[in-house]
Design a protein around this ligand. Structure first.
Ligand SMILES: [Cu+2]
Length: 671
């Protein structure tokens, strides 16, 4: 705890130091939205250090977001030190469930920066609407369009990086008139094996990705539109150096049809209704690995059908949102093991025995602007979830461990939250609290001998798990004027019935080399706390300093550390602009991760710091714009690994990059 106390002292000291040179209030920093804790524009050529970064690289720079890396592709997002099971990741509110039992394909791996306008991150229950979660939600917001007579516009992007010979290339074309719009974009990325610091080659870290997206909209009546959207993402030959297997194919087909009606009556501002469908295919591959003890085929599939409908209603000083949300998911994964002796029969089993999940929920939110200084927001949601084992053989195999297992399980899930904001003269104070519940994930409920290469145990799901419940609290303080911004915020989660795997010594593992078997069970409670300090200082208009410091803490009911909790980390950058050129010096690093979870196979991670430099040039003409960026990351070629690198796989070493963007766009911005 001593470092935590020292951190709080540091936070206070820095906050006080910054007040001393704080001046007159101003609104040069955009105001914090009451619901969205942080929203970050994605493909913003002007402000991004590396405009063609992968979506993962963008997310890594967001407050409270961490990414678990199993290689150079498809990092798994964590929010408030909680991973996939405890957070809801959606694309424009649409639910998509990964098709991999080993979490090789988080939702974020199926979209591209070019598909997105921004990423909305909400902590705890504050954003929970269309799906129950504990840690919060991440919504990837797609590009939006306005019906204006802007005609044709578009962009061509190209990026190259020295490390892993990474190439990114993309193009976007848009057309809009006052009745119709369409946008098509395409992105290609290809990487060889990357090199970690000290010139260390990381084998099996290559990937190839193609992403195509098409959106079209039509005005069906005055202030009514119909929008159809499609994303096809196809990744092949993806190496996962931290895992014993790679992926030969990860494919997604994500589609939706949305109806929007605006200004229906003086009170009803808008009403959106969307139906959607997505299907994922995931094929793992061990054929390229040397010394495979037993060859395995492990395909996975996930299909989701969903519906969302939200109405925004203004009544006096209240802005209400009333919503319904429903989805039906089918998750199926299987494993076939081929013994070396050709006379022995292959062994087949379902690792996800055709699990059907139906969810139906209602939610409501209110943002109440009491007056210019006081805002209150609160929300409620309630849902029904049914899980069903549709495969008879799958049910029989679950019955080995749970003789009374029923093929269906029904749950009710509730959540509520309230928050308060006080704003005056550049000061903003927020606090809030929430209660939420979640159902176990498919793996936690029904997974069958899922090998976890982190702690080397085979995991077995438990269909009898109760709902996980959480009480959270958050506080935030912001001060801003035209030169300075200080943002201190923290949150705390007390999680009841915390789902985690417990060793069952009576069972023997299926995977060769596994230490034993863990069955999902529940701890009476666990607790997680996160704290952030963000400081910006702009002494003159073209010079900016920015620092971000974060710390997280997580323990179980016996005060033992939880796995994958962020140690003290920092990020600091200086930006300088002169005419059409801008320069950035950035450093990032972390203290030693000593609060690791021995029980879950974690070991200590050393402290590290790396240095990055970049320079940009922009040419802005009325008809087109040209953006050029060059830079070098990890200049010292430091060999390092962070708390979130699976099995301590080292991160990339020195990397030179260049990106070129040619944009012909007659400003068609929308909100
Ligand atoms: Cu996989």
């Amino acid at each position: 705890m001593w470092i935590f106390r020292r951190y709080i002292l540091l936070v206070l000291w820095l906050a006080i130091a910054d007040f001393l040179f704080a001046q007159e209030p101003d609104t040069s920093f955009t105001s914090l939205n009451e619901i969205v804790v942080s929203a970050k524009p994605v493909l913003d050529y002007k402000s991004q250090t590396k405009p063609l970064s992968s979506l993962d690289e963008y997310m890594e720079k967001m407050t409270n977001v961490g990414l678990i890396k199993r290689g150079n592709y498809a990092w798994e997002p964590m929010l408030n030190s909680m991973a996939s099971e405890r957070i809801a990741v959606t694309i424009d509110g649409m639910h998509i469930f990964g098709a991999c039992t080993d979490k090789m394909d988080p939702v974020t791996s199926y979209v591209e920066v070019s598909n997105l306008k921004e990423i909305n991150v909400s902590s705890g229950q504050s954003g929970a609407s269309s799906r129950p979660s504990i840690g919060g939600s991440v919504d990837l917001v797609r590009n939006c369009h306005e019906y204006t007579s802007s005609g044709w516009s578009g962009a061509v992007n190209f990026g190259a990086e020295s490390n892993a010979s990474l190439v990114s290339a993309g193009a976007k074309v848009k057309y809009a008139n006052h009745l119709f719009f369409t946008e098509a974009n395409f992105m290609f990325r290809n990487a060889d094996n990357y090199k970690a610091g000290k010139n260390t080659l990381v084998n099996f870290s290559q990937f190839t990705k193609h992403n195509a997206s098409l959106t079209a909209g039509v005005k069906v009546a005055e202030s009514q539109t119909l929008t159809a959207s499609l994303i096809v993402d196809n990744a092949t030959n993806i190496g996962y150096p931290a895992l014993p297997m790679d992926v030969s194919l990860a494919r997604a087909f994500i589609t939706s049809l949305e109806h929007t009606a605006k200004a229906i009556s003086p009170a009803i501002e808008a009403w959106n209704t969307k139906v959607y469908f997505n299907t994922l295919k995931h094929i793992m591959d061990d054929t390229k690995r040397p010394n495979v003890a037993i060859h395995m085929d492990m395909p996975g599939n996930s299909e989701t059908y969903g519906l969302l409908s939200n109405a925004i209603v203004n009544v006096k000083k209240h802005k209400f949102i009333f919503g319904i949300s429903g989805y039906y998911n089918r998750s199926l994964a299987e494993m076939t093991m081929y013994p070396k002796n050709p006379l022995e029969k292959p062994m087949f089993m379902f690792t996800w025995p055709d699990i059907r999940t139906l969810y139906l929920g209602l939610n409501t939110k209110d943002h109440w602007m009491i007056n210019a200084h006081h805002h209150l927001n609160y929300s409620l949601h309630a849902g029904f979830q049914q899980n069903k084992i549709a495969d008879e053989k799958g049910l029989q195999s679950m019955e080995i461990f749970y003789p009374k297992a029923s093929p269906t399980k029904n749950r009710f899930l509730y959540g509520l939250q309230a928050g308060y904001t006080f704003e005056k003269n550049g000061f903003e104070v927020t606090f809030g609290s929430g209660y939420g519940e979640r159902a176990p994930s498919v793996s936690e409920g029904y997974g069958f001998y899922l090998f976890n290469s982190f702690d080397k145990y085979d995991y077995i799901g438990n269909p009898d798990l109760k709902n996980e419940k959480s009480v959270d609290a958050n506080v935030g303080f912001v001060y801003r004027n035209n030169k300075v911004k200080v943002n201190v915020n923290g949150n705390y989660f007390h999680i009841f019935n915390y789902i985690i795997g417990a060793i069952n010594p009576a069972l023997s593992p299926m995977t060769i080399g596994a230490t034993g078997v863990r069955q999902y069970t529940q701890l009476p409670f666990a607790q997680i706390a996160n704290a952030n300090l963000e400081l910006s200082y702009k002494p003159i208009w073209n010079l900016a300093f920015k620092g971000l410091f974060s710390y997280s803490y997580g323990t179980d009911n016996k005060q033992a550390y939880l796995p994958l909790i962020r140690p003290f980390s920092f990020r600091f950058n200086v930006n300088y602009t002169i005419k059409s050129f801008d320069f950035e010096v950035a450093t990032e690093g972390a203290a030693k991760h000593y609060a690791y979870s021995e029980n879950y196979g974690e070991t200590a991670t050393s402290a590290y710091a790396i240095l990055n430099l970049s320079a940009g040039y922009k040419l802005l003409l009325p008809q087109y714009q040209l953006y050029v960026k060059v830079g070098v990351e990890n200049i010292a070629d430091t060999y390092y690994t962070t708390y979130a690198d699976w099995n301590h796989i080292p991160r990339r070493g020195r990397n030179f990059f260049v990106s070129l963007s040619f944009v012909f766009d007659k400003t068609n911005r929308c909100h």
